[in-house]
Write a protein that binds this ligand. Structure first.
Ligand code: AMP
Ligand code: ZN
Length: 498
């Protein structure tokens, strides 16, 4: 008989940003989940703040898969349409970088997409199921604009198309995600600039007519131009996940205007709200301020891994940085500091060491000093409570403490409980939290080292058989100089490392 998937017995609760409450999660189609996360704008190297958001959603992706759901995870690459200052005017971020570096915009896109993938790989994140680009979906974006115009929620002005926020708000609620009210927004905005094509300052661009110097442009029924920043996510999520899907995520700073506009576009085009559960990850700060490239308050992943920076005392392995991030809940602000990372490093090794200790534990006929079944349930409850990884990690450390007590023979464990403990720990540490065992990586390296020394031992034996003593002595002496001793005996040659 097939084992029922875990989600059948676990009640997952997700904090839904739109209701401001934790809600029991029910997918639209039983056993299947559609999840969309706003990806990076690839005009520069990702910074650690961006990484935190993507690592947070990697935890979500991993846990949903762990529960047995089939997840289609779509995370886009923004390679056009994102203008400076996240506004409707100004230069395209990618095009600006291309101009400054005298490269093609697509060279910029390629360079920083590769960097993004490599950093995500360093952090052991699982790639999304689909990673679509804005420039690859211009046709779909144009089709959505046509529908929104046909439905009466957008107007053409001077070759550009704008979303009519006031018209939309007559029948729908613009501001429901960010908790804003259109009347207040109108009261708090200055007059429109005289040259603006917009009817109202709250309106946002769906299509922009390109100025002569704007190089990233496509033909459309309205002008040669480019899509508005918010539209790509509506086009790509609808195409791959449908008009209505389960989860939409992104950083907290995207709630307004980006996600508010996505809701408006989806409702205006499809007549239904696009997303059931909105999730927002909180910011990474450095010295108490939001980490951001534009203010210079930033540290890059590369600087962190190599230790070449003025903020930290030494380099940190990506898995330790990941563990540090998992020790905070995704909805809490996380501040980055040397002390916090060092504390995480100690904790990380304690956790990994306990896995080794576990392998050598003796078992008894009774478990005493710990309730393994209850502990396992509590591990799941913590993750079911809106992916509470810090509580999960505290639970894992309770197990570490127990393992050490068994080792000191002050408590006992049965073989069945040992198996449950071991499988649960490994499942949460590696599959759910996505950590990598650095000790095991070095064990792998030492296996390779043994292979290389064996090879040299065989070459030395061959040299000796050929009476080439100069070579055989050279191999022995040079290995000796590196701290590797060869020992000859009747059974053959063995080696030891100092
Ligand atoms: P961008 O490339 O600017 O479009 O940002 C990519 C993602 O990183 C978005 O989801 C942002 O919300 C997120 N992000 C930007 N800065 C930070 C930060 N300091 N901490 C956490 N997430 C951030
Ligand atoms: Zn988006």
């Amino acid at each position: 008989m097939a084992v029922a998937p875990l989600y059948k017995t676990q009640e997952l609760k997700i904090y839904n940003s739109i209701s401001g409450q934790k809600e029991t999660f029910t997918p639209i189609t039983d056993g299947n989940i559609g999840m969309y996360v706003c990806g990076p704008t690839v005009y520069s190297n990702v910074h650690l703040g961006n990484c935190r958001t993507f690592i947070s959603f990697d935890l979500v992706f991993r846990y949903l898969k762990h529960l047995g759901y089939k997840v289609r995870y779509v995370r886009n690459i923004t390679d056009a349409g994102h203008l400076e200052n996240d506004a409707d005017d100004g230069e395209d971020k990618v095009a600006k970088k291309a101009r400054l570096e005298q490269l093609e915009p697509m060279e910029i896109v390629q360079r920083y997409t590769l960097d993004f993938h490599s950093v995500m790989n360093n952090f052991n994140t699982i790639p999304p199921s689909i990673e679509p680009t804005a420039t690859g979906h211009i046709v779909e974006q144009i089709e959505i604009i046509k529908t929104i115009i046909d439905n009466g929620f957008a107007y053409v002005s001077n070759g550009s198309v704008y979303f009519d926020v006031q018209k939309f708000n007559e029948t729908n609620d613009y501001g429901k995600l960010s908790g804003r009210n259109l009347e207040d927004m109108i009261a708090n905005t200055r007059e429109l600039a005289a040259q603006s094509d917009k009817k109202n300052p709250q309106d946002f661009a769906l299509w922009k007519k390109a100025e002569p110097q704007h190089i990233m442009r496509w033909p459309s029924p309205w002008s040669d131009g480019f899509p508005g920043w918010h539209l790509e996510c509506t086009a790509m999520s609808t195409k791959y996940l449908g008009e209505r899907f389960d989860i939409h995520g992104g950083g907290m700073d995207l709630k307004f205007p980006h996600h508010e506009c996505e809701i408006a576009q989806g409702e205006a085009a499809c007549g239904q709200t696009p997303v059931n559960y909105w999730m927002h990850a909180n910011m990474l700060t450095l010295n108490g301020k939001k980490m951001s490239k534009s203010t210079g308050n930033t540290i890059s992943p590369a600087e962190l891994f190599t230790g070449e920076n003025n903020i930290l005392d030494k380099p940190f392995h990506p898995s330790i940085v990941r563990f540090f991030m998992m020790q905070a809940h995704y909805r809490s602000i996380l501040d980055f500091s040397n002390e916090a990372l060092e504390a995480s490093e100690k904790g990380f090794y304690r956790l990994m060491d306990s896995l080794k200790t576990l392998k050598g534990l003796d078992t008894q006929s009774k478990t005493e000093g710990f309730d393994v079944t209850k502990w396992k349930e509590e591990c799941y409850s913590s993750m079911n409570d809106d992916f509470n990884s810090p509580i999960l990690i505290a639970k894992l450390f309770e197990a570490v403490k127990f393992i050490n007590t068994v080792k000191e023979q002050k408590a006992t464990i049965t073989p069945e409980d040992l198996l449950t403990l071991s499988e649960t720990l490994q499942g949460f540490i590696f599959d759910v939290l996505g950590l990598v065992n650095i000790h095991e990586t070095s064990a792998d390296t030492s296996d390779k080292l043994s292979g290389v020394v064996e090879l040299l031992i065989n070459l030395r034996a061959e040299a000796r058989a050929n009476k080439d003593f100069a070579t055989s002595d050279k191999i022995r002496d040079e290995l000796h100089a590196m701290g590797i001793q060869l020992k000859d005996s009747r059974e053959g040659t063995t080696f030891s490392v100092n």
